[in-house]
Design a protein around this ligand. Structure first.
Ligand SMILES: [Zn+2]
Length: 66
């Protein structure tokens, strides 16, 4: 896939976060509150969340599938 922003070829990989409380969540605005938010990726047994995606090094854009 080519970058939707600049058109250059993107590289496949994973975004990893470390969360023991519910995983990666989506929010419309920055918030420290966690309850009631939409979960995108659950943590594994070690507390890591992995989200598969594509990265453009050129314009620093990441496209993530969830
Ligand atoms: Zn790009």
């Amino acid at each position: 896939m080519n970058c939707p922003k600049c058109g250059k070829e993107m590289e496949h990989g994973f975004v990893r976060s470390e969360s023991f409380i519910g995983g990666v969540k989506w929010m419309a605005e920055r918030s420290s509150k966690s309850l009631g938010l939409e979960g995108l990726a659950k943590p594994d047994a070690l507390g890591f969340c992995f989200m598969e995606g594509l990265r453009c090094r050129e314009c620093r854009t990441i496209v993530i599938q969830y």
